[in-house]
Design a protein around this ligand. Structure first.
Ligand SMILES: NC(=O)c1ccc[n+]([C@@H]2O[C@H](COP(=O)([O-])OP(=O)(O)OC[C@H]3O[C@@H](n4cnc5c(N)ncnc54)[C@H](O)[C@@H]3O)[C@@H](O)[C@H]2O)c1
Length: 441
């Protein structure tokens, strides 16, 4: 198929679009194409996820069952584990995980596996796009040779581009469609086809000069975040020593209409992206004999925050003449951030692990997780009731889900360590009535 025909098929929505990896990134993207009338094939190695999709049951917090039903019923959407469907596609978008390996090095094995499947099923006239976050050079150095090993040539027989996913799970305003999308092709022809493809579903598509530039854009964004989170975490520890309230300081600093952007402290820095992606960049930098000092420093500052949270908790308990090993602690919110059903790199897990090592009587509550079986932790969710809250020596808020009744918590908990600054949005935490009851980081 000529490039002209491929573009025409995409513009007329006759193109078949496939998404490999139907997770937090891939599923919403597949739904966006389905909503616009494309024939969509979703491919995942996880049989359970495919079965759930067939039953229109969502496993992603940002996608409700109702949305899944209304988007997919009556539309042309197929969910399958069978990679041979790649042959039928015009566009193949890869959204597989990019975690860290044992030595905190990039683990691109999922990308390699997915691109091997594309290679085995590639045909002339397809566009392949990688969306997984990765180090600059992956598309050119890893995907291109594998796909060209078929004898097909990029820019002539098939098209290859990188487009970073920028989804922010739990964000009510910015979704796949209204978040501007960066694209960079291996060749100018690939950039042009990728632009036409994403123009169909995304409000604003921004081409850059290469796939590597597009890969770097994403890593700059996430490095910016890890560094700023680390900065505010460090200032938080300092403010504590100076007897200052970091939340008041941030609120005041953000009144400046330019030159400042607020970031907030927390019990650590979690999620699949922020603590992980910048390490892909520092790994690549090392290959070039370059040290990414900011990334390394930011990672180590953020890694101190779970222990800092425990230190603060110990001080609270000391006021009750208690020690950790005799204390009953309720950890509230175990997801890595509010309103997501995602435990990846969650700082709450680190907090629980330290507490367990100190023999504290640990319990947790999180509306998303009835059980917590991870990293040697094996707990059943505790109730969020008056009696249970009253029985705890301290409640530590580690993820502030919006659905929780925080007034009920304030009314019934003995002492609360609020690492997310949620309670100050609800009550005057400095009021005489609440003195000593609500402690922030
Ligand atoms: N979650 C986020 O907030 C977010 C935001 C921006 C970018 N990203 C990036 O997007 C990528 C995907 O992240 P995610 O959060 O959607 O991951 P995820 O774990 O939620 O989903 C990945 C899916 O890929 C499937 N998979 C793995 N190998 C496969 C293969 N060979 N063939 C088919 N399916 C396969 C898994 O079964 C899983 O369902 C990562 O690189 C991540 O860094 C994630």
């Amino acid at each position: 198929m000529s490039i002209k025909n491929l573009k025409k098929r995409i513009k007329s929505k006759k193109a078949k679009v496939g998404v490999i990896g139907l997770g937090y990134v891939g599923l919403p993207l597949a739904l966006s194409f389905a909503k616009k009338g494309f024939n969509v094939i979703g491919i995942d190695i996880d049989k359970d996820r495919i079965e759930q999709l067939k039953k229109r049951v969502s496993y992603i917090t940002d996608v409700s069952n109702a949305e899944l039903k209304s988007t997919l019923n009556g539309r042309n959407f197929k969910a399958t584990t069978d990679a041979s469907f790649i042959k039928k596609l015009d566009a193949v978008i890869i959204c597989v995980p990019t975690p860290l390996g044992k030595n905190r090095e990039p683990d691109i094995s999922y990308i390699r596996e997915a691109v091997t499947k594309v290679r085995d099923n590639i045909r002339k006239g397809q566009i392949v796009v990688l969306e997984s976050t990765t180090y600059p050079g992956t598309t050119r150095e890893i995907l291109l040779p594998v796909l060209q090993s078929t004898g097909l040539k990029e820019g002539r027989d098939f098209y290859l581009a990188f487009s970073p996913e920028r989804i922010d799970p739990g964000n009510e305003v910015y979704k796949t469609e209204n978040t501007p999308k960066i694209i960079g092709g291996i060749s100018a022809k690939s950039t042009a086809v990728a632009k036409v493809l994403y123009d169909q579903v995304i409000d604003e598509v921004i081409p850059v000069t290469s796939a590597s530039a597009a890969e770097m854009v994403k890593l700059l964004e996430n490095t910016f975040r890890i560094v700023n989170i680390a900065l505010v975490n460090e200032i938080t520890v300092l403010c504590d020593k100076l007897g200052l309230d970091i939340w008041e300081i941030i609120d005041s600093a953000k009144s400046k209409p330019y030159g400042y952007m607020p970031f907030y402290p927390g019990p650590g820095c979690g999620g699949h992206c922020i603590p992980v992606d910048p390490l892909y960049l520092s790994w690549k930098a090392k290959e070039h004999g370059f040290e990414t000092k900011f990334i390394n420093l930011a990672s180590s500052v953020n890694e101190l925050m779970p222990q800092y949270t425990i230190d603060k908790l110990e001080r609270i308990l000391a006021k009750q003449k208690k020690t950790l090993n005799k204390a009953k602690i309720l950890v509230l919110g175990v997801a890595y951030k509010k309103d997501v059903k995602d435990l990846r790199e969650s700082p709450a897990i680190d907090v629980i692990k330290i507490l367990q090592a100190q023999n504290a009587k640990i319990s947790y509550h999180d509306s998303f997780f009835p059980f917590l079986k991870i990293s040697g932790i094996n707990l059943k969710r505790s109730p969020f009731t008056k009696a249970f809250l009253r029985s705890q020596d301290c409640v530590v808020i580690t993820a502030a889900h919006s659905s929780l009744d925080y007034r009920f918590l304030i009314d019934n908990a003995k002492v609360i360590l609020d690492t997310r600054g949620i309670l100050r949005k609800i009550v005057n935490t400095k009021s005489r009535k609440l003195k000593g009851k609500i402690i922030t980081l």
